[in-house]
Design a protein around this ligand. Sequence first.
Ligand code: AMP
Ligand code: MG
Length: 923
Amino acid sequence: MSELIKRLANLSPEQRQLLLRRLAEQEQKAAVPADREWPVRDPSQPTLLSFAQQQLWFGEQLDPGNSLNNLMGLVHITGRLDVAILEKSFNAIVARHEALRTVFSERDGQPVQIISSSLTLKVAMTDLCSIPEAEHEAEIRRLAKEEGSQPFDLSSGPLIRVRLLKLGEQSHVLALTVHHIVFDGVSQAVLFGELAAFYDAFLKGKTPALPPLPIQYADYAHWQRQQFQGEALENQLAYWKEKLRGPPPMVELQTDRPRPAVQTSRGSYLPVELPHPLCEALVALSRQEGATLFMTLMAALKTLMFRYTQQTDVTTGYLTAGRSRREVEGLIGFFINTLALRVDLSGAPTFRELLARTRVASMEAFSHQELPFDHLVNALQLERDLSRSPLFQVMFIHQPGSNAGLQFSGLSLRSMNIRTEVSRFDITLTLHDTEKGTVEGAWEYNTDLFDASTIARLAAHYERLLQAIVAHPEQRITELPLMMEEERRRVLVEWNDTRKDFPLHQSVTELFEAQVRRTPKAVAVSSSKGKRTYEELSREVARLAARLRERGVGTESVVALLMDRSLEFLTSMLAVFKAGGAYLPLDAEHPPQRIAQILERSGAVGVLVSKEWQEGLANALALLAPGARPAEWSVEALLQQDGPVAELAAPRPEHLAYVIFTSGSTGLPKGAMLEHRGMLNHLFAKVEALGLTSADVVAQTASQCFDISVWQFLAALLVGGQVHIIENEVAHEPRPLLERLVESGTSILETVPSLLRAVLDELEGPEGGPLALSVLRWLIPTGEALPPELCRRWLARYPGIPVMNAYGPTECSDDVTHHPISTPPGSEVVRMPIGRAVANMRMYVVDRQLRPVPLGAPGELCVGGVGVGRGYLRDPARTAEVFVPDPFSGEPSARLYRTGDLVRQLPGGELEFLGRIDHQVKV
Ligand code: AMP
Ligand code: MG
């Protein structure tokens, strides 16, 4: 250690202090092996490579001529620089360190180090004096990039390059490029320390008095190979195998683009600087908790990963200097080793507890730090996954203040940040302490995975989290705030400020009747079987409603409808509403068992059935106990019967409107109960979003058992438009459907993406040809994720017919988000957003405890607002599971519906559907 201090005597006091502190930390923590004799190396024999070198060498053989392992530094030098002496000093360093004179070759199938006895380095000069000063910066960056990206030849060397960019008489930039195989971060500190010593001495015409190096890098490599075999190797391996058993799960950060099948290294970086008071507080907290600043920053990074992914088993990478033996401290060479730090974040620990866990984990890891990382990876026999780096995807590096300045012989040296364009991992956070007492560094990230804005948000969240940690280290990591106040407000309040004064106090039947008075002669509904004007429809509705009233149907009575989608179906829906009841659609194609089961569970008072399904109904009813059978009413018969007009009770907003049974994951059907206000709100939302008018013809294509059928049947009737019912044989077949759209003058078509694909295939197929859909105004894909490609194809063919991605669960009165699209998405677009909340609905992206996740991070979509349904019919247990108290609305009775859908929110507020929570899609 004393050697090192002497050698680094010329470092600035702050830098020296930092370096020493770091080394002291390491010494304390690491089990430094007692000084033993170094095994003697036969200098006449070529030496094998250290393990780390060997791994790099193999990599280089597989991908020769890459510059990924080039380390580059830019140092601005002010003062009167003697270039000849600088060159002489560099050569003295090269003469002193064998590593810088080493090349690599192959003997008997093994890579070996070949050390030249001498090597003369030339400092290349580039004069930028003639370039205007304003352009210096750009030119330096350009040259640095050029310099840094020039590959080294490991077999011929030299593996170090020095270029001096002259900006003026007293201003130079030193560009140092070295291959990682002979260099690392500490090497750089050693190199500049020695450079100072040599330069100073040579300038004064003296012989520099640096103590001789006790060993050379090749001795270390030789020692390492002897050390890591047999028991020593087994011991370390056993430790790591136990620690990384499983193996640890990947940290599934949501990427902005799909992960390429083979990991790429295209990258960029975002500089960060933590403010001084925060750094002071972090240091104080670390001290108080008996931890190092590294551990605190690391624990905070893990917390951030947890909050972004909800994963409690988080493994991140970090680097150790790998110089635990004192003889290697002053060497230039590749010592650095990678460690995988696995910490358990489960059980909602406080930050203090997590820090304690992190401290234990890193101290343990540190005392097993010598096992070369690649050795470990090989030994773990991980499943090969070329798309990501093994064991961890996020790296954290906390360096000694390598950015600090250095002053000697009238020169002042200052490191310049380099904008790297490579990223070895998905994300690397590099931080170092500065002379100013701050911590600064950069987030390096893979640009094939992440957008700059995503990383900027991540960085802001990290800082916010650190602020919260120093303020409240006793807070649970699940609770620590990481969103900025302004972001929280935007996400929770602003984007949910969807209030619209729709007349929800009215009933759909009143609104329909009002329309009947406005446009009695207009066609309200049509199908291949006929049509009805508003007046005709209204008359039939009134008659059927009266008959239902006579049969006891009233507020909240459930009436099942067993008939095809038809004019009668619409009449029945409206008649049930007018009688005050709620309708329950049945699918006549369903087996009698299912129909019986639904009837039993629903407690329906009666079934309105059409002629052709009477037999089917009889089969289903036969399965029920006589007492449990609902009444059976022939719709045709009731429509024929005259009688007094009954006293009708207009439904109130909070009355039940319909019950739709969905399969439910357990197989037992669940009856979602929806109220008038929710249904009406959705109808108005559709009218508004689509700009529906009396000129519109809305295609009714969906099964009456799907929620989307509700608005398809009813929305047009609020504005004097027409519903056109398309029977199944036509609705699900591309060619007949297209023909029908033209014939019927359909202006609004809703379809699942799979049918849209079939339609596009048909249009683009041999029989295709141009088909004018001159009156179609909107295409509404819904029900499942909309592939961008379909959007692109549709808009290429029909640029004037926009697409509206619509998303919504049955339990929330159908669509809760809309996303209109009129320009084709670019080829880089991976997912089409589902959009933003419709009127009077609120969207929350939350974690398991219903806390908002950071913007951009995946979470479960929870829906609030007037459309949230009443729950599941006669199923309080399943209702309580997914209809939960709404913590955001401030209204005690408000509830949220947990959709079970994984989404994320984009910076503009649009939501993106990522998959179901239980089978989360990987991108
Ligand atoms: P349902 O209750 O039948 O309306 O189904 C609702 C579910 O379908 C949602 O919870 C989503 O899982 C899925 N879904 C509906 N619309 C979309 C859409 N536009 N994009 C992606 N998934 C959708
Ligand atoms: Mg839906």
